[in-house]
Design a protein around this ligand. Structure first.
Ligand SMILES: *[C@@H]1O[C@H](CO)[C@@H](O)[C@H](O)[C@H]1NC(C)=O
Ligand SMILES: *[C@@H]1O[C@H](CO)[C@@H](O)[C@H](O)[C@H]1NC(C)=O
Ligand SMILES: *[C@@H]1O[C@H](CO)[C@@H](O)[C@H](O)[C@H]1NC(C)=O
Ligand SMILES: *[C@@H]1O[C@H](CO)[C@@H](O)[C@H](O)[C@H]1NC(C)=O
Ligand SMILES: *[C@@H]1O[C@H](CO)[C@@H](O)[C@H](O)[C@H]1NC(C)=O
Ligand SMILES: *[C@@H]1O[C@H](CO)[C@@H](O)[C@H](O)[C@H]1NC(C)=O
Ligand SMILES: *[C@@H]1O[C@H](CO)[C@@H](O)[C@H](O)[C@H]1NC(C)=O
Ligand SMILES: *[C@@H]1O[C@H](CO)[C@@H](O)[C@H](O)[C@H]1NC(C)=O
Ligand SMILES: *[C@@H]1O[C@H](CO)[C@@H](O)[C@H](O)[C@H]1NC(C)=O
Ligand SMILES: *[C@@H]1O[C@H](CO)[C@@H](O)[C@H](O)[C@H]1NC(C)=O
Ligand SMILES: *[C@@H]1O[C@H](CO)[C@@H](O)[C@H](O)[C@H]1NC(C)=O
Ligand SMILES: *[C@@H]1O[C@H](CO)[C@@H](O)[C@H](O)[C@H]1NC(C)=O
Length: 506
């Protein structure tokens, strides 16, 4: 319900700029570190306080490129810990997620921006390295396409081995994409990490909303002499990826029927598989323009005859490594040179998995029962493996279960939620030496329990006799509480000296 209402709200609260423009994207725009709402180019940016509970807001008053970049949220450098934004989403919605970073200078003179990881739900997304952009005075943007697996989606930052100062973030955007966009990718198994998106032969400022209804960023790629066309007016409705019309209004071409070599993307790629979409539209009405396309000498498409209505060519999982060169070679007999209008390339990255739903319910119940849950109890509890929640241990393999919970001596206040009963793979439950009160809930569903430590708390109510039926139980510490009732004699016999209770219970 929260999800639906919030998204509706975002849609309604965006003021349309004019009737001829497409409706604003169904988007959630978060201005990290801000305390008030801002409307920029008719779009609403929310402060981040409803979406995150940790970190420090930093407001630096210097001239910046974009109003949202003047505040950031910064997080302490803590290895193995992630800091997560959690936002409401449509379950199974396909989202374009964009993070932006504009370094605020850190705390020390001449400090370089930190390098760290970004994570979506349980999956590693990419390393954030803003050093080069910072050197040029630019902001850095990262974009990916991810499928929501539940009613919320998390984007987290985590330190990695290169991190030497506090990770931070300036902006976070979630745009709901149409179902047909990038639909040749199986988003159940993979996500897309944007490498480059260009409008060829275009030398203006970046193309985005409202030209692109999903506010994707199309950068100018104006190599050689760009040929600005006579304004090809292509209907984009037939394109699954719904590229902006504007991309078809400029092109990169050559006058003679000779080969064109396009170094694209410009940066060397790591060895992986990539999703590639190339966009073309004929602007002359000519029908004799035919060419072959190769990528690093491998045939991508032969005898392409570009129609005036435009065409898009896709590759779902194209292996690439290092520098890439696209070559367009006119077919013999073609009287015109090749042309190209736009291109998108994404790395196909694996979905890292997700903690079992029952464990998510269990841990979120526990979190709600604690008045002061650990600061990092957001995002996926088990994944990525190297940044699971404080005190949580998990199983390996494809069915990720919570096997251990150890929050000994964390000064926890509050109660032990009955939802602990959902953690059915739990073998060790250690919550000793805290300030938990209330009664101990029914634990009889926790058939895997081996050790239970709830000592040194303020639990009251009856002794948890539900534990008597757990075969695997080897160790039970309940002393220094205020429980009533007697230990079942079967437990006494089974546990022997591994049973510790207050005198009134024995
Ligand atoms: C940032 O600080 C300036 C000056 O102190 C203040 O006017 C502005 O409202 C602050 N911005 C935010 C988003 O807190
Ligand atoms: C970050 O980027 C800079 C500039 O490109 C590079 O010199 C540096 O090695 C990178 N750092 C890491 C940890 O990759
Ligand atoms: C992608 O979406 C288009 C338009 O809805 C549809 O025609 C096509 O079959 C879809 N492709 C896949 C692989 O689902
Ligand atoms: C996606 O993952 C599932 C489970 O691992 C597997 O059965 C399926 O074949 C995968 N699909 C693709 C297209 O890789
Ligand atoms: C783009 O290219 C056209 C034609 O070469 C030129 O007239 C125009 O000034 C250029 N615009 C920019 C922003 O460089
Ligand atoms: C392009 O075509 C659309 C309808 O297909 C029309 O609304 C628009 O005005 C046209 N634009 C130009 C520049 O001709
Ligand atoms: C492509 O082929 C040309 C000649 O056929 C060769 O010189 C070049 O090294 C090849 N490039 C790649 C990336 O394989
Ligand atoms: C284009 O591809 C076709 C089909 O593979 C091939 O016969 C033709 O020689 C190629 N043309 C050029 C100019 O490479
Ligand atoms: C998970 O796998 C790692 C090595 O891949 C191993 O060290 C660890 O003990 C395993 N954990 C469990 C709970 O099986
Ligand atoms: C739980 O944490 C405490 C304190 O850090 C430690 O002494 C104990 O061995 C841990 N228990 C398990 C099962 O790891
Ligand atoms: C989770 O635990 C609660 C309380 O014990 C129970 O009502 C609910 O059915 C459980 N849900 C699942 C999915 O196990
Ligand atoms: C223990 O519980 C009894 C009633 O159940 C209460 O009277 C007493 O004050 C409690 N003692 C402590 C130390 O909380």
């Amino acid at each position: 319900m929260l999800c639906f209402l919030s998204l509706l709200l975002f849609t309604l609260s965006l003021t349309p700029i004019s009737l001829s423009q497409p409706p604003p994207p169904r988007a959630l725009l978060i201005n990290c570190g801000a305390t008030t709402e801002t409307i920029i180019s008719g779009r609403l940016w929310l402060p981040d306080t409803d979406f995150i509970t940790t970190g420090t807001r930093i407001n630096f008053t210097q001239n910046v490129l974009h109003p949202t970049l003047s505040t950031v949220r910064s997080f302490p450098l803590l290895p193995q810990r992630k800091f997560c934004y959690v936002v409401p989403v449509y379950r199974t919605g396909k989202y374009l997620v964009r993070t932006s970073y504009y370094y605020y200078g850190g705390s020390g003179e001449g400090e370089l921006p930190p390098v760290f990881d970004q994570i979506v739900d349980g999956s590693f997304w990419s390393v954030v390295n803003t050093t080069e952009d910072y050197g040029r005075g630019d902001a850095s943007y990262y974009e990916g396409v991810f499928r929501a697996t539940g009613k919320s989606m998390s984007v987290c930052l985590a330190s990695n081995v290169y991190t030497t100062s506090d990770p931070f973030i300036s902006g976070l955007e979630f745009v709901l994409l149409g179902e047909s966009l990038y639909n040749s990718t199986d988003f159940g198994n993979s996500s897309l990490r944007l490498v480059a998106r260009h409008s060829f032969g275009y030398n203006g400022s970046m193309i985005s909303y409202p030209d692109d209804q999903f506010d994707r960023y199309w950068e100018p790629y104006g190599e050689n002499t760009p040929t600005v066309s006579k304004g090809t007016n292509v209907s984009i409705d037939g394109f699954w990826n719904l590229p902006p019309r504007k991309v078809f209004q400029t092109q990169w071409t050559v006058n003679q029927p000779r080969s064109m070599e396009i170094p694209w993307p410009l940066e060397p790629l790591r060895s992986s598989v990539y999703y590639i979409a190339l966009y073309f539209a004929e602007d002359t009405g000519a029908s004799s323009r035919t060419f072959n396309i190769t990528i690093n000498n491998v045939t991508f498409y032969d005898n392409l005859r570009v129609p005036p209505t435009g065409i898009a060519l896709f590759a779902n999982r194209w292996p690439l490594s290092g520098l890439t060169k696209i070559v367009l070679t006119p077919a013999s007999g073609s009287t015109l040179g090749p042309l190209i209008n736009g291109g998108e390339i994404f790395e196909v990255i694996p979905v890292g998995g997700r903690t079992h739903t029952r464990d998510l319910i269990g841990l979120n119940g526990l979190k709600n029962g604690f008045q002061n849950p650990p600061f990092d109890w957001n995002g996926d509890p088990c994944l990525p493996k190297e940044s699971s929640w404080t005190g949580v241990t998990c199983s390996n393999g494809s069915n990720i279960r919570v096997t251990g919970l150890n929050l000994t001596g964390m000064n926890l206040l509050g109660s032990l939620s009955p939802n602990v009963a959902n953690l059915t793979a739990l073998s060790d439950l250690w919550l000793g030496n805290n300030n938990l009160s209330g009664s101990i809930p029914d634990l009889s569903t926790l058939r895997m329990l081996k050790t239970v430590h709830l000592e040194d708390n303020r639990f009251n109510g009856p002794f948890p006799s539900s534990l008597a039926n757990i075969d695997r139980l080897q160790e039970l510490y309940l002393q220094s509480n205020n429980l009533t009732g007697q230990v079942p004699s079967s437990l006494k016999a089974k546990l022997g000296s591994n049973l510790r209770v207050d005198p009134q219970n024995s």
